[in-house]
Design a protein around this ligand. Structure first.
Ligand SMILES: [Zn+2]
Length: 168
């Protein structure tokens, strides 16, 4: 998969994603096989994401690489691969956990996130990411994305090892 870095991590919407895709310089885009300019649009698939009060269906672009013959999803940096919880909600949950803050405001701003989701995310953080972040003296905030791609070729809180590269 290929993640497109967007500064406004909260600008999540189909429209925002479509705009990002339309402005993408495809000829400059690298595939995970390291070839440049070999990706062509290949279709869309739906992913549901928890946004404030409802499950939001995001239609995600798939591209095909003419060189390695693989298909890849083009993801915005405001999502965490394989998770329905938005990237900024992951950050808020872990930040609150690390600073002993209440999770109430997070659950109030996103009614689809409950205590079970929060416990799950914290467990994933502790078993997969705490040591990784410590290994480069990182802080859990919105800026951690680039470091995680640089050091681990994954989005922060991405659990599966699928290769993921950042285009910024
Ligand atoms: Zn390729």
């Amino acid at each position: 998969m290929i993640t497109i870095f967007t500064k406004k991590s909260k600008s999540f919407s189909q429209e925002g994603y479509r705009k990002t895709i339309n402005e993408l310089p495809f000829h400059k885009l690298s595939c995970t096989c390291k070839q440049k300019g070999t990706l062509i649009k290949h279709g869309y698939y739906d992913r549901s994401i928890k946004v404030s009060r409802f499950l939001f269906k995001l239609s995600i672009l798939r591209v095909y690489c003419k060189s390695c013959k693989k298909t890849h999803a083009i993801l915005p940096s405001w999502i965490v691969p394989y998770s329905r919880v938005l990237y900024h909600d992951h950050i808020s949950i872990i930040y609150s956990y690390l600073n002993n803050l209440s999770f109430e405001p997070i659950m109030q701003s996103n009614l689809l996130i409950d205590e079970g989701n929060i416990r799950y995310i914290i467990r994933q953080y502790l078993s997969h990411w705490r040591e990784r972040i410590a290994s480069f003296d990182g802080e859990v905030d919105l800026s951690v994305t680039k470091s995680c791609f640089k050091h681990f070729s994954r989005q922060f809180m991405q659990i599966k090892r699928t290769a993921n590269i950042l285009f910024s």
